[in-house]
Design a protein around this ligand. Structure first.
Ligand code: NAD
Ligand code: TYD
Length: 342
């Protein structure tokens, strides 16, 4: 299979490309189109650089010429499948500056779809990676795929725009689109601005763990390999125009995750620092995964085991996150701004 993966230098995209090469070996060809924003780290996939089955294209999904170049594939023969991970992804950043979110997460999706019509008329599958955050917050029960969207922050609103744009291209032009809405991922190579990698790396350094509000917000945690397996499954088994929730089945309050991290790293609870809440902070995300399960997909990863392995990965790979936290001026500027008024 010939894949175009966008945003492959980021967290889930790099795990997905590794998953595909581990599973399919030389039968897979992957073009990785990535703008290398602050969150894109080309070295995440250093082991594939120079391989005849892998090609990195430095470009923007919102720029037609970059996208057309990527649709040529690894060897000029084209691509069969697009998996669009490329996005601005951090809610806190969307509260500071929402414009880039609209540009990439909405307009970028439009350009990818439009260029697919021109450059890849025989595409077998276009996977639009959306998020459970498009449904908004739910106090009780779980959202199914047919529930109305109610995004409540600029990140989730922009993701909802891309989600429905992909659906519109399926309806209007018959494009083989599948939309996936996954819950909060965790695992290796996650940028240390998101809850788990931020708290693990702060704990290692005896720095405070800034827990927003009362710490009782609930997220449903999905191990990144399980997410990759579900996407791979849906490339083959999903139906055109359909949307599938991909949840981890591991709903936890943030304060519980925080305590678990401290236990694994062996640091005291006194490192927890209650800070003022995120504006518009969604209370609980919960999605029903029956539609995916009914197709035959199951995952068996144990949450506590996966969390422990993830924490150990950050302990063992200090140079990876120290390069970001200690040497990135952009990272330091973001945190200076983030805590200026809190
Ligand atoms: P990330 O922030 O780690 O990586 C995003 C990648 O996209 C980076 O490599 C970045 O350089 C690239 N990128 C950004 N703008 C681009 C552009 N205009 N053109 C090309 N590349 C661009 O993100 P992630 O956590 O790996 O998330 C990947 C996708 O999964 C996103 O679409 C996100 O909305 C979705 N998602 C994430 C989660 C999660 O918990 N992380 C959960 C559900 C869905
Ligand atoms: P995050 O990893 O930013 O993912 P999302 O907002 O997309 O769910 O945050 C996960 C949860 O952790 C969310 O409820 C906000 C909370 N949180 C904190 O309490 N402190 C932090 O420093 C961060 C980054 C998040």
């Amino acid at each position: 299979m010939r894949y175009l993966v966008t945003g492959g230098a980021g967290f889930i995209g790099s795990n997905f490309i590794r998953y595909i090469f581990n599973k399919y070996g030389a039968d897979a060809q992957v073009v990785n189109l990535d703008k290398l924003t602050y969150a894109g780290i080309r070295e995440n996939l250093a082991e594939y650089e120079g391989s005849k089955n892998y090609r990195f294209v430095h470009g923007d999904i919102a720029t037609p010429e970059d996208v057309a170049e990527a649709y040529k594939g690894v060897d000029g023969s084209g691509v069969d499948v697009v998996v669009n991970f490329a996005a601005e992804t951090h809610v806190d950043r969307s509260l500071m500056e929402a414009g880039t979110f609209i540009q990439t997460d909405v307009h970028g999706v439009l350009v990818l779809l439009e260029e697919a019509r021109k450059n890849a008329p025989n595409l077998r599958r276009f996977i639009q990676i959306s998020t459970d955050e498009v449904y908004g917050s739910i106090d009780q029960g779980s959202f199914t795929e047919s529930d109305p969207l109610n995004p409540r922050n600029p990140y989730s609103a922009s993701k909802a725009g891309g989600d429905r744009m992909a659906y519109a291209y399926a309806q209007t032009y018959g494009m083989p689109v599948v939309v996936t809405r996954a819950s909060n991922n965790f695992g290796p190579y996650q940028y240390p601005e998101k809850l788990i990698p931020l708290f693990v790396t702060n704990a290692i350094d005896d720095q405070p763990l800034p827990l927003y509000g009362d710490g009782k917000n609930i997220r449903d945690w999905l191990f990144v390999d399980d997410h990759c397996a579900a996407i791979d499954f849906l490339i083959e088994n999903g139906s055109n125009s359909e949307t599938y929730n991909i949840g981890g089945g591991n709903e936890r309050e943030n304060r519980e995750i925080t305590q678990k991290i401290l236990q694994i790293v062996g640091k005291p609870d006194s490192l927890i620092k209650r800070v003022s809440d995120r504006q518009g902070h969604d209370r609980r995300y919960s999605i029903d995964t029956a539609k995916l399960n009914n197709l035959g997909f199951r995952w068996t990863t144990d949450f506590d085991d996966a969390l422990e392995r993830t924490v150990r990965w950050y302990v063992a790979n200090e140079p990876w996150w120290r390069a970001i936290k200690e040497r990135s001026a952009e990272y330091k500027a973001f945190y200076a701004k983030q805590y200026a008024n809190r």
